[in-house]
Every structure is written in C-alpha cells, then in structure tokens.
Design a protein around this ligand. Structure first.
Ligand code: ADP
Ligand code: ZN
Ligand code: ZN
Length: 735
C-alpha cells in the first residue's frame, strides 16, 4: 500500500473536533483554504487545519475531499491564528468560527462573483441633500443608502433591498448629476475632503501619544466625556496611519454606525471607507470585505463582526464606546469583539485605542494597574459645556403616565423657548402589565416567565421575549370582570400622555417598533435634526452616536429597574446608559439639562451621576468585585442549557458539574470553582426550561484548559443530545 495524504478539516458544524479526509491527487491545499467535503449524508464547506503524509493509511478508508475551493486561503496566517485563538478561547468549533468571520456569500461552496456596482454618490451626502426637495422621500432614502454603503456603492438590486422601490428616484438623481453609475473596474470615486476642527491641546497630546507607537502593540484607554472630541482623535490618528500606507479598523456599537458617522470618516479622510455590518446587502458586504482583504480599503468601519476583517496592512485598531454590550455576540459563537481586537492588536503588533466616557470596569482597572495606557480628554471640545444633571425624587411627586410635575414643567419651558426635548425610557409598547382589579389576574406569556406588554396598534398583548401575541382582552379571562387596568409605562404611553399635555407640540416616538420599516429610523433622525419635532420619546436606540444640536433637555424615566437587577454589572450599565443619553443634551452652544426621575435620589450611584463622577462609581464597584472575585478580579464561564422537558436542563448541568469535578488538570485545578446548577433568572422562555452553571476561576489559563476538557467530555456524553447547551466564556449577561 502506498502513502496517502490525510487532511484534517474544520467543518462548519457544531462539533469541536476536526475531521480527516483523504486527498487522491498530489494537489495539496494550503492550510486555511476552503474545501468541499462529504459530511454525513450531505456536503459541507470546511477549512484545512493541517495535513500529514501517512505511510500506512488506515485500513478503513477515509472519504476523499470533493473539491479544493481556494488556491490561496481567504485568511492570511495572522488572521487564521487569531481565529484559532478565538475558537480555543471561546470553546467554539473552529469551522463555525471561520464561517462567522466571512461574509455570507463566501461561506458558500464557490466564491460568488463580485456584483458590479452601479451607483455611487458624486459628492458628500450632506452636500447632495441640499439639492433635494424637502418632500423627495425616496431620493433621500437612496442618498442615505449610498452613504451607508461607504465608498463601494450599491447596484440597483441592493438599492431596492435597502431603500425600497426607487427606480424613478435613481433616474432623477442621475439626471441631476448627484449620483452616477460606476464601471465595474473603477473602485473609488473622488471624495471632497473637508477639514476638521483644530484639535485642542488634550486631543493633540492624545494623538501624539497613540501615534508615537506605530508598529508596536500598546492598548490605550481614551477616556473622554461625551462630546470631548474622541472621534476627532480617532480621525487624526487614522489620517496619519493611512498616510503611512497602513489600514485602520474602527469598530463601533451597532446603533452608532449611522450614515453620518460614515460620511464623517469619508469626508474627513478623503478615502473610500469599507463598511461592514450585518444589515448590509450580501453583495455590498462581500465587496467591502474583499476590498479590505485586497488592501484597497484603507479604512474599515464596522460593527462587531468586522473585527475579523482581513487587513493585510493593519496599522491601528479603534474601538469606540468600548463598554458597549453590543460588542459581545450573544448566541452561537459568543465572542467579545473588543477582547478579540485587543488580542489581534497584540498579535499584529499594532496600537489599539479603546474609547469611552464610561469604560467597562475591566478596561478601567487595566488602565489603573498600568496594563493599558490611560489617555484623558477631560472637557467637552469647542465651546459646549457638560449638561447639568439633576435628580427628581419620584417618591415626592406623583407619577402620571410615568411623568413627574417638574419634568413636565421643564418640557413646557423648553417648548416655549422653541427648543427640543428628549424623553428616554427603556421600554417599548404602551404598558408592560395588564391586571384585573377584581381578581388580580395578570397578563402573562404562556411560554415565558414574563408579562405581556400592551401595544396600541390593533390592541395586542405581546411578549418581548418570545414574540408571541394575542388580542388584548376587554374583560378578565379568569373572572370576566371588565375592571382591567394597566400598570407601568412604555414609550407609547408616554407619547400619548405628552400629546395630551401639549396638543400643539410635535411628538415623535423612536423605538424598535417605530423604526421597523426600512429607512424609518434615518428619516426620523433627519426630522429631529431639521427641528421638525419638538419632543422625542425614545429608547436606547437613540442614546448614542447621534448629535442633535437642538436638544437642550433630556428626561430619563424608569431608570431604577437596574438597581433591582440580579446582574452584578447592573450599576455599571445604568451609569453608562444614563451618561450616554445625557450626552445627547446641549452638544452645541445651548447648555443642556438632564433630569433623571428616580426613587433612589440618595443612592451613591445617583449622587455620582449628578457629579459626572464615573471614577467614584468605578472604585466602589471594583471594591465589591474584588471581594466577590468577580471580573475583572476573577474569570467567569457560564454553561447554559435549555429543554422542553422541565427537568432535563438542570439534570444535564448536574451531570456537567459531576464531570467537572473529576477533571484533573495539571495546571492548578484549585483555581477553578464549579458552582451549583441553578434555574436561569428567566426560567421559562419560549416554552423551554432554562438553567445555568457558573464556573469561576482566579486565572484565565486554568479556566480555558478546564473548559476544553469539559466541552469534549460533554460532546461525547449521551445526555448532551437531550438538551440545547452552550458555553459562554466571559458572559456579560447572566441570563
Ligand atoms: P465624542 O466622540 O467624544 O463624543 P466628537 O469627536 O464627536 O466627540 O466631538 C463632539 C463635537 O465637538 C463634534 O461636533 C466635533 O466636531 C466637535 N469638536 C471636536 N473637537 C473639536 C475641537 N478641537 N474644536 C472644536 N470643535 C470640536
Ligand atoms: Zn379577574
Ligand atoms: Zn413569551
């Protein structure tokens, strides 16, 4: 028998082991190349992990590879090593990790042809908008979509997908010379560069500090209040890095990736910006990904998954709002893009900047102990002042539809002065609970441990966890009484109350429901900027990234929920989200005011908020975490399980804990503590019973080794088939 080449392949399947295949011809694919392989009764795309020549091939014949897809792997060595690290660190199958790193078209069997681009803007979007008639809604949508697509442009199918039916608008815009079609081989269009403000001394020294270190890893924590000019610092750093022929990766939270931000980067830097986010049309995403990979995109601006963009000439990484939870993927491959980015910067030996007004306590602590370099922007840039933040003790004022008298008065004064106000409430719908005044019945979801929220459009009760709906009852389903009342407030109720209180005011609600239609959010944001709205009622969709110079009052309702939370990060999050939303006030010359309604006006967290004193909160919280060995002092992993069968999840986790106790690892096993399995905070969700097992460790390395043993043992265990289970390393939501 002759020697055979055996190839180990990471198949995109939920199993952490690799699979061996035979290769019959002498054409050996490169490590990292995609191959098409038989898998069970179907075929799958996999990635070559390694190959070996086997002088005595096993008698049992290995199945041959069907096809080698790539001659040159899509991932270079550096990126492949990063993905291998991520798969190992997060205990997720390498094949799935590699798939997740690719735009969807490249996950498929063959490289999809790159669609020709038809349309790009001929000037900056803002300049173009000044030529449009106020009522040309479709034309605005086309401009927004092309702006959001960055330098790559969109073809007409993609435009239809993002902007709706727009054939006439396209013709009109083209005849006006505002858009033009681009031939397939033309990759960039000329962009007018607009100069930015002259940096103030704090910004300049931040830039010098960050840039002094090109070609060497260093993690900077850029701490600056909202409006302190962090984005200007990123832009100037990027400009210098690009001038050195290197690429810059900028990651921002999902809701911050707005057309305005993209334009700001394009217009300031005068280069094409490759935009990568999940909402892009497939073709546009593939183009942006390939542009970055081929080194054509000097700037990659994207959300979490862009951390895996191929960047052959990476020179700098920026993570804006690094504390934002949207950097953590919450299902499937549960990675944290911020942490991967830091790893990537260190592997590629380049600087990385984490920016925030309210850094995560992990980053804050790392800066304090010298692992990261702290750089501060202590004041708002330009002439704007920090908004004054006041508390309204909701114990002292009766609430009417969630609003207190002092807040209502402040809104009224704002209206009289012709200024805009923003009322922030992090709950959509009309009211979160329906109760029978006679027998105490409460409207609950039959599939979840959760109340049903009344939504006013066609009077439906809706579960915000599983999405199930039913018509709102007009009388009690239990006792038949018609004395039903609504407890709590959501955006719709506040909107209705404000419309009643101020019939002459233009009230606009912005939440996930009002923004569901394509382009709706953009056009609402535009209305606010054009001051066609007096009062905005919104959820956190509004809280970051948007600059509304006309808003001088921000009211915060219902902030207290977080203080009851079981999550140890609740206080940190509350401070972060109020700071973000407060940052919307008074960004231009009008000083802003922020009023926070709270029943805990004496709480240290609330007092710290009024002083804009994040350090006070951070130090208090860090002390608590040190005592309890919670992050950043300890490391966590959460094993989650859920099942239709009521007990199966907890039983499975008991088995897992038992297996865990038998795992013997050389490396200090004593570092790892296995807690008891417990029901999840929301035990029933979408008809499944859920449980979780916390594993805590004093060090990272033993935890990783422990988990890899545990995961392989569980994959082989028969009870693993009766439940859905997953491992979450460094979980940020504990339910
Ligand atoms: P951040 O990212 O910290 O919220 P930005 O960089 O967006 O802050 O700046 C906030 C506002 O201040 C923007 O309108 C920006 O143009 C302006 N700005 C930033 N730096 C300066 C400066 N040095 N001089 C004048 N205006 C500035
Ligand atoms: Zn009743
Ligand atoms: Zn439900």
């Amino acid at each position: 028998m002759s020697a055979a080449t055996v190839i180990s392949v990471a198949v995109a399947a939920p199993l952490s082991r690799h699979f061996d295949y035979a290769l019959d011809d002498s054409n050996v694919p490169a490590v990292g190349a995609r191959v098409l392989v038989p898998f069970g009764s179907s075929t799958r795309v996999g990635f070559v992990v390694s190959y070996r020549t086997d002088p005595s091939p096993p008698t049992r014949t290995l199945k041959p590879i069907i096809e080698i897809i790539d001659e040159t792997p899509l991932f270079d060595d550096g990126l492949r090593r990063l993905l291998e690290f991520a798969a190992d660190y997060y205990q997720h199958p390498l094949g799935e990790v590699m798939q997740a790193a690719l735009p969807s078209r490249l996950r498929k069997r063959l490289e999809a042809p790159v669609d020709p681009v038809n349309f790009v803007l001929t000037d900056s979007a803002n300049a173009i908008r000044t030529h449009l008639a106020a009522n040309a809604a479709r034309q605005y949508r086309v401009v927004d979509a092309l702006e959001a697509a960055g330098g790559g442009g969109l073809n007409s199918a993609e435009l239809r997908q993002t902007a709706g039916e727009c054939g006439n608008a396209l013709k009109r815009l083209e005849s006006l010379g505002l858009i033009r079609s681009l031939s397939a081989d033309e990759s960039t269009n000329t962009i007018t560069t607009t100069p930015g403000p002259t940096l103030n001394p704090h910004q300049l020294s931040a830039v010098e500090r960050i840039i002094s270190n090109q070609g060497r890893y260093e993690c900077f924590l850029l701490e600056g209040v909202t409006g302190s000019g962090k984005t200007e610092v990123y832009l100037e750093c990027a400009r210098r890095v690009i001038a050195n022929q290197r690429q810059v990766l900028v990651l921002v939270p999902e809701i911050a990736l707005t057309p305005q931000l993209i334009s700001r980067f394009r217009e300031r830097l005068g280069v094409p910006v490759s935009v990568l986010h999940s909402g892009l049309a497939d073709g546009a995403r593939q183009r942006a990904w390939l542009a970055a990979k081929n080194g054509l995109g000097p700037i990659v601006l994207g959300t979490r998954s862009a951390v895996f963009a191929a960047l052959p000439r990476a020179g700098l990484i920026v993570i804006d709002e690094e504390h934002d939870p949207s950097f953590k993927q919450q299902d499937g491959f549960r990675y944290n893009a911020r942490d991967i980015a830091i790893k990537r910067a260190s592997m590629e030996n380049i600087p990385i900047v984490l920016g925030s007004a309210t850094p995560s306590l992990e980053s804050y602590y790392n800066a304090r102990r010298g692992r990261y370099t702290g750089v501060a922007l202590p004041q708002r840039a330009g002439s704007a002042l920090m908004p004054a933040l006041h508390l309204i003790d909701s114990g002292q004022w009766p609430l009417s539809d969630g609003l207190t008298r002092p807040l209502i008065d402040a809104i009224e004064r704002c209206l009289k002065r012709g200024e805009q106000s923003l009322i922030f409430i992090n709950r959509r719908g009309f009211a979160p609970v329906t109760i029978c005044g006679h027998c105490g019945w409460q409207g609950k979801c039959s599939r979840c441990d959760a109340f049903l929220t009344l939504h006013q459009q066609n009077a439906m009760l809706r579960c915000h966890h599983c999405g199930s709906t039913c018509p709102a009852p007009t009388k009690c389903p239990d006792c038949g009484d018609s004395d039903l009342f609504l407890a709590g407030v959501g955006t719709q109720r506040v909107e209705a109350a404000l419309a009643r209180l101020f019939p002459e005011a233009r009230v606009l609600r912005i939440d996930r429901d009002s923004s569901a239609a394509r382009g709706a959010l953009e056009s609402h944001l535009e209305q606010i900027r054009l001051r066609q709205v007096d009062i905005v009622v919104g959820t956190q969709i509004l809280s970051k990234g948007h600059d509304f110079p006309g808003i001088t009052l921000v009211g915060v309702l219902n902030s207290d929920q977080a203080l009851y939370s079981v999550d140890f990060r609740a206080a940190e999050r509350l401070f972060q989200s109020i700071t973000q939303v407060a940052g919307r006030a008074g960004r231009a010359s009008d000083p802003g005011r922020v009023l926070v309604q709270t029943a805990f006006a004496d709480h240290p967290l609330m007092r710290a908020l009024t002083r804009h004193d994040y350090a006070a909160l951070a130090e208090t919280e860090l002390e608590l975490r040190r005592k309890t060995m919670l992050p950043p002092f300890g490391y966590l992993a959460l094993l989650r399980a859920e099942s239709i069968n009521a007990n199966a999840a907890v039983e499975f986790l008991k088995t897992a804990a038992d297996i865990g106790h038998t795992i013997d690892i050389d490396e200090d096993r004593a570092a790892v503590t296995i807690m008891d399995p417990v029901p999840a905070p929301m035990e029933r969700r979408a008809g499944r019973t859920r449980a979780q097992l916390m594993i805590q460790s004093t060090r990272r390395a033993p935890l990783r080794i422990f988990l890899s043993h545990l995961v392989s043992a569980l994959e082989a265990h028969r009870s693993a088939r009766s439940v859905r289970w997953s491992v979450d390393v460094d979980p940020i939501d504990l339910y």
